[in-house]
Design a protein around this ligand. Structure first.
Ligand SMILES: C[S@@+](CC[C@H](N)C(=O)[O-])C[C@H]1O[C@@H](n2cnc3c(N)ncnc32)[C@H](O)[C@@H]1O
Length: 447
């Protein structure tokens, strides 16, 4: 165990209650382990993060492909199976494919699963071309087919008139009607991913925000080039797919699931001690007070007819608030909890809920790894009530409790992760704080 030292922050008064405070100095207060180092070569400042199918769809807090690539190279030598328990849009699954490794991912958010699936499905390009051609013809012919236009049904989307102009709703529904009639699952997914980005870009949502916030300056815009945007997404994604297919040297299997590692690992999907490497980036905290994956995805999820689109943030880690006296198997975490509890008895419940889920998940994920295999967790240390929570240290302690040794922690700057520069996580208008500047790559090995 490592002694937990509380850091004194240079804190601005309005940041008192924020998950992310203005961190005016590197978060070095918790360097207690000797094998924990800053390494700028992991920043990948000028790297192209949109190579291959990584260009498909943006998403909050995506992993930098180069990080997954290097982790697999360094710690996944001769691996046959990679597992990502919070796979999001599948960055590590794509990278596993590139390195000839089978992979399994899981995520609770249906939009994330759709994107991850599409990014790792090697569609026949000739078939794709036929559909792309047919789709262009459809868009052309539909503009003259007023009868068909009248029959089109706009799907149920909460507050649709608040988020989309009538013209945009109509055009999106025409595209959706085409997609619904595609019989081939892979092609349909490919189109759905482009459609989802089109939905986002033609809505009145502020594009730079992850939460659903209306961009008032766009509120009267009726005439988005909805079809043009859809076509440009499709052709960009096709280029990415061609690039990926040309790069691959080996056939691999990738599967994307919806199980929650908090509740265990389905034996029919992953056998105990069968995984060679885990490469993942878990959420920084519960979705309500950190990154709102559910809100970011809600419009797309609703247009695409996914169930529970409104409930996703509650279903993610820490989404269910509990009153609990749980004693954690990380001493640092117990200390953090009691410090926050003294400050705010309500707020501490968010923190407890998240880490209770995290602790269970790490225990279950640990059971999937072979002896000698590595777990690589890219984590962020969020701040609650002015206290920076050392999730990297907590992660290492929880793995140690599951019979792992901590190998090293690499601290990197976040120059290019898709994070808002300013963020208002409690929805208090006008109150913003900087997001975190460092990420911690925690590497542990199973004994
Ligand atoms: C930081 S993002 C992962 C991003 C991913 N590495 C990428 O590059 O796209 C964290 C993901 O964890 C997912 N998540 C949160 N709680 C989860 C849970 N209990 N089980 C599975 N996924 C969960 C969120 O939906 C989100 O997609």
């Amino acid at each position: 165990m490592h002694a937990y030292k509380k850091k004194t922050f240079k804190k601005k008064s309005m940041d008192k209650d924020m998950p992310f405070v203005n961190i005016e100095e590197p978060e070095v207060a918790y360097i207690q382990r000797s094998n924990k180092t800053f390494d700028e070569s992991w920043d990948f400042k000028k790297a192209n993060t949109k190579e291959f199918t990584h260009c498909f769809h943006s998403y909050p807090a995506m992993m930098i492909p180069q990080i997954a690539r290097r982790l697999i190279k360094n710690f996944g030598n001769k691996s046959e199976l990679l597992f990502d328990p919070y796979c999001g849009t599948g960055t590590s699954l794509v990278e596993a494919k590139i390195q000839g490794i089978n992979s399994i991912g899981t995520d609770i958010n249906p939009l994330a699963r759709l994107i991850a699936t599409a990014k790792t499905t090697l569609i026949d390009l000739q078939v794709l071309d036929l559909f792309l051609h047919d789709f262009t013809n459809y868009l052309y012919s539909i503009s003259f087919n007023l009868e068909k236009q009248k029959l089109i049904v706009i799907p149920k989307v909460t507050n649709i008139d608040f988020w989309f102009s009538k013209t945009t709703q109509h055009k999106l529904a025409l595209i959706l009607d085409y997609i619904a009639n595609i019989k081939d699952d892979s092609i349909r997914n490919f189109f759905k991913v482009a459609f989802s980005e089109t939905v986002r870009e033609t809505s009145f949502t502020k594009q730079g925000e992850f939460k659903l916030v209306k961009n008032k300056s766009n509120a009267d815009k009726e005439d988005w080039d909805v079809f043009g945007i859809m076509i440009s997404k499709l052709s960009r994604n096709k280029k990415g797919l061609i690039e990926l297919k040309n790069h691959l040297t080996k056939d691999t299997l990738t599967s994307v699931h919806s199980f929650n590692t908090i509740n265990g690992i389905p034996n029919n999907i992953i056998k105990p001690e069968s995984v060679d490497i885990v490469v993942t980036s878990p959420p920084y905290g519960d979705s309500r007070t950190t990154v709102a994956y559910g809100q970011y995805s809600r419009l797309s999820n609703e247009w695409l007819g996914f169930d529970y689109a409104n409930q996703i943030d509650k279903m993610l880690m820490g989404g269910e608030k509990r009153r609990t006296n749980h004693i954690f198997r990380s001493q640092i975490l117990n200390d953090v909890i009691s410090t926050i509890k003294n400050e705010d008895k309500e707020r501490v419940k968010d923190v407890i809920s998240f880490y209770e889920d995290y602790e269970k998940s790490i225990c279950n994920v640990s059971s999937t790894l072979k002896k000698g295999a590595f777990a690589c967790y890219v984590v962020g240390n969020r701040t609650v009530k002015g206290l920076n929570i050392p999730t990297d240290e907590i992660t290492a302690e929880l793995f140690e409790d599951n019979n792992f040794i901590h190998v090293e922690t690499i601290i990197r700057n976040i120059p290019n992760k898709r994070m808002p520069l300013k963020n208002s996580p409690t929805n208090v208008s006008g109150i913003k704080s900087s997001t975190m500047k460092n990420e911690y790559i925690v590497i542990c090995q199973k004994q």
